[in-house]
Design a protein around this ligand. Structure first.
Ligand code: CUA
Length: 334
C-alpha cells in the first residue's frame, strides 16, 4: 500500500493508541532489562576475571536486602503491566451497549458480512466513523480469525460459537482485513478491507444498495419456512415456548439452572435443542444441524433477538410472516 514503509499500521480506532502505549511500555521495560543484564554480564566478567593462577573467589552467602529489592522491583513493574493490561483488555472485550451490530461469517476462504439492514458484503465491511460497531462472528467450517491491524483488534471465528469484537473507527479510510488463523491452502488469500466512511458517506452507501429485506425479515422468513412458527407461537400456546421477550433474559431450565438467552444459547437451541431444556416443555424439537446454513442461522438469531427486544418492530419494518404479537408480559415461566 502506497510507497512508504510503515513499521506500524495507522492508529485508526479509539483503542489503538491505548494498545500501542501498553505495547511500547512493555517493549521499553524488556529492552531496558535486556540491555542491563547483557551489559552487566560483560562488565562484571571483565572486572572480576581471574588475574593470577592462585586467586580464589570470595565466598558470598547472600544478602537479604538485595533479595528483597530484586523481588519487589519486578513485582511492582509486572503489577503495573497487569493492571494496565487488564484495563485495556476490558476496553477491548466490552462493546458499548449502543454499538451497531454486524454479523460476520468466516468460511474457507472469505469473510461474509451481514448488516441488519440486509446489506451483504464479501471480503469488505463498510462502517461509519465515530460509531461503535460490534461484530458477531461465527464460522461455517474451521477456525478463522478476524484481524484489523489498524484498529488493533482481532477475534477468532469458531465453528458452533458466536464471538464478538468491537471497534470505533476514528478516521475515514480503507484498512486491511486479515485472517489470522491458519485455515487451509488459501489462508493467505483470506483478506479484505474495512471501509470506514464519514457518517454522511455511510448513509449514501446504505442508500446505494437495495437489499431484498432486512436481516431480521430474512430471519422471519426462515422462521416460517423451517416450521419454527408451528411450535413457537407468539402467544405461548404452541408445543414449544414462545420466543417473544426471551432474548437477553435469563431462562428457567428444567434442571433448575437459569441460562441467559444470548446468541450462544439461541444457536445451541437450534442445533442441539436437547442440550438445555426450558422448564415445562417436552424434548420434542428436532435438531436443525445440517438443515440450515450458517447464514440462515445468523438471520434466525437476529430475528429471535428482535423478538426479545420487548416492543415488536425492532427489525425496522418488513418482518412479515409470523407476526410477533405485541410483547406479552415476560413471565418467568417460558
Ligand atoms: Cu481463514 Cu485463515
Amino acid at each position: 500500500m502506497g510507497g512508504s514503509f510503515n513499521l506500524f499500521p495507522v492508529q485508526a480506532s479509539t483503542v489503538a493508541s491505548r494498545v500501542d502505549n501498553l505495547y511500547f511500555f512493555m517493549l521499553a521495560v524488556t529492552v531496558f532489562f535486556s540491555v542491563l543484564v547483557a551489559a552487566l554480564l560483560v562488565v562484571l566478567a571483565v572486572r572480576y576475571q581471574r588475574r593470577r593462577a592462585d586467586e580464589v573467589g570470595a565466598n558470598i552467602h547472600g544478602s537479604t536486602a538485595l533479595e528483597i529489592i530484586w523481588t519487589a522491583i519486578p513485582l511492582l513493574i509486572t503489577l503495573v503491566m497487569f493492571v494496565w493490561g487488564t484495563s485495556v483488555y476490558f476496553a477491548l472485550a466490552k462493546p458499548p451497549a449502543e454499538a451497531m451490530e454486524v454479523y460476520v461469517v468466516g468460511k474457507r476462504w472469505m469473510w461474509k458480512a451481514h448488516h441488519l439492514t440486509g446489506h451483504r458484503e464479501i471480503n469488505q465491511l463498510h462502517i461509519p466513523v465515530g460509531t461503535p460497531v460490534k461484530l458477531l462472528i461465527s464460522s461455517e467450517d474451521v477456525i478463522h480469525s478476524y484481524y484489523i491491524p489498524a484498529f488493533r483488534t482481532k477475534m477468532d471465528a469458531v465453528p458452533g460459537k458466536t464471538t464478538t469484537l468491537w471497534f470505533e473507527a476514528t478516521q475515514a479510510g480503507e484498512y486491511r482485513l486479515f485472517c489470522a488463523e491458519y485455515c487451509g491452502t488459501q489462508h493467505s488469500g483470506m483478506i479484505g478491507k474495512i471501509v470506514a466512511l464519514a457518517p454522511r458517506d455511510y448513509q449514501q452507501w446504505l442508500a446505494g444498495g437495495a437489499p431484498a429485506g432486512t436481516l431480521t425479515s430474512t430471519g422471519a422468513q426462515q422462521f416460517a419456512s423451517l416450521g419454527c412458527v408451528t411450535c413457537h407461537q407468539a402467544e405461548g400456546t404452541g408445543r414449544g415456548p414462545s420466543l417473544v421477550g426471551v432474548f437477553g433474559k435469563p431462562q428457567q431450565m428444567a434442571n433448575g439452572a437459569r441460562v441467559l438467552a444470548d446468541e450462544a444459547y439461541v444457536r445451541e437451541s437450534i442445533l442441539n435443542p436437547q442440550a438445555k431444556m426450558v422448564q415445562g416443555y417436552a424434548p420434542l424439537m428436532p435438531t436443525y444441524q445440517g438443515q440450515i446454513s450458517e447464514e440462515g442461522l445468523v438471520s434466525l438469531i437476529a430475528y429471535i433477538k428482535s423478538l426479545g427486544a420487548g416492543a415488536p418492530g425492532g427489525g425496522q419494518g418488513g418482518s412479515t410472516a409470523p407476526a410477533a404479537a405485541p410483547a406479552t408480559d415476560t413471565r418467568g415461566t417460558n
